[in-house]
Design a protein around this ligand. Structure first.
Ligand SMILES: [Zn+2]
Length: 401
């Protein structure tokens, strides 16, 4: 079947297959519904699966062993009882503006974000994503990202549900410089200079590029710009040594070994901001007056609303209700709870998924379908439908904060 006929048959909504991604340096937190036998489905050398990527046209960068389509979302459709798959990336290339909107297609020539579940048992090292000016030195774009901790996948917080951000006010450049010099000495103690915040299910944080962060161990829904630029500035996390090549990752060849370059990458003002929480913490915000939405049978909240590179919403449809939800832009969705119908599609929330198994919990809604309004009905008498929706850059519906 052609991409166009899959698009037409789904009335502008594409069904996606789960895209599981392993990380050799991570231990899975086992909260993303994979069968317990499948967290190492790709073999020990590839590491455990602790990520599922959503609406992704971005390949995972997992070194030489990376699978051909790792990290890429696939569109699934059935043709005369036969299941076929094609890459969302190819669907975007062929359908262009009809799928993601003319403005975005003209500006980016691709779907420029993706989201994921990040499900790590421990904390990550204090690391940084480069701003555009430094990412550009290695042919990449800067990488803003954001976090939301869905309650449905956080019945336990794992080893360290706290995240370090930036540096404690009053930290000197000399102290940070020394920690970077000490990277090769074992424990560079860079988080001694940082402040950690306790993570709270049902809330989130905005993380602009240039800001150091050591993500904690809650299971995280993570919309982000489609870029994989980073450098790890912490040498020991828990009991694990971080390899030195990750300190210099995405440093231009002629600056490798130059501590001043690592210092330039740091957005000093943002990292030492005494009002950090006020500017970066995100509690959900209703998209319009709550009573109005309740009367219509749903509640929708902005959950990521501080970046122009992407945004995200959480939609709850009450039991027994049918609603029509309009959006100005195309978006991907992942089902978190409940079951029912979205347009002509079944939507449901599997309890457990085998590696390679198809689901009905992830979709991509074209701009056309989003503009016309998506009809969602919840046949349950008790269980709400809850879905998370990830949007591309400059969502016209969002007032940035
Ligand atoms: Zn990060």
């Amino acid at each position: 079947m052609s991409i166009q006929s899959a698009f037409d048959r789904g009335k502008g909504i594409l069904r996606l297959a789960p895209a599981w991604v392993p990380r050799s340096f991570c231990v899975p937190g086992r909260r993303i519904k994979l069968h317990p036998d499948d967290y190492y489905a790709l073999g020990g050398e590839r590491g455990g699966i602790d990520e599922r990527w959503f609406a992704s046209t971005t390949p995972a960068d997992n070194g030489p062993l990376t699978g051909e389509h790792e990290g890429l979302s696939k569109v699934v459709f059935e043709d005369g009882g036969k299941v076929e798959e094609l890459l969302l990336r190819d669907a975007v290339a062929e359908l262009g503006g009809n799928l993601i909107g003319k403005k975005m297609w003209d500006e980016y020539g691709k779907w420029p974000m993706y989201s994921k579940f990040f499900d790590n048992k421990g904390a990550l090292p204090h690391h940084i994503h480069h701003r555009d000016q430094h990412a550009g030195n290695v042919g990449q774009m800067g990488k803003p990202e954001a976090y939301f901790f869905p309650t449905q996948v956080n019945n336990y917080g794992a080893d360290f549900p706290y995240t370090f951000f930036g540096f404690e006010a009053g930290t000197t450049r000399e102290q940070v410089r020394q920690a970077l010099i000490d990277f090769v000495k074992g424990d560079n103690k860079i988080t001694n200079l940082a402040k950690a915040y306790r993570l709270e299910p049902g809330t989130g944080w905005d993380v602009p590029p240039g800001l150091l962060h050591a993500p904690g161990s809650l299971c995280t829904y993570e919309p982000q710009r489609a870029s994989d630029v980073f450098a790890m500035y912490q040498s020991l996390v828990g009991d694990q040594i971080v390899p030195t090549n990750l300190l210099w990752k995405d440093t231009p060849a002629d600056r490798i070994g130059d501590i001043d370059y690592l210092m330039e990458v740091i957005d000093w003002e943002a990292n030492l901001d005494p009002n950090f929480k006020e500017k970066h913490f995100m509690r959900p915000k209703p998209v319009k007056p709550v009573e109005e939405m309740k009367a219509e049978g749903y509640i929708e909240n902005w959950i990521c609303y501080r970046s122009s590179a992407f945004s995200a919403k959480e939609l709850t449809v009450f039991p027994g209700r049918t609603v029509t939800i309009k959006d100005s832009g195309a978006y991907g969705i992942i089902m978190m709870q409940g079951h029912g119908k979205m347009g002509d599609w079944d939507i449901e929330t599997p309890t457990m998924i085998r590696f390679g198994q198809f689901t009905h919990d992830e979709y991509f809604v074209s701009i056309q379908a989003a503009n016309e309004g998506v009809v969602i009905s919840n046949p349950s008498r008790t269980d709400p439908i809850v879905m998370l929706k990830h949007f591309g850059p400059d969502n016209p519906d969002m007032e940035m904060e």
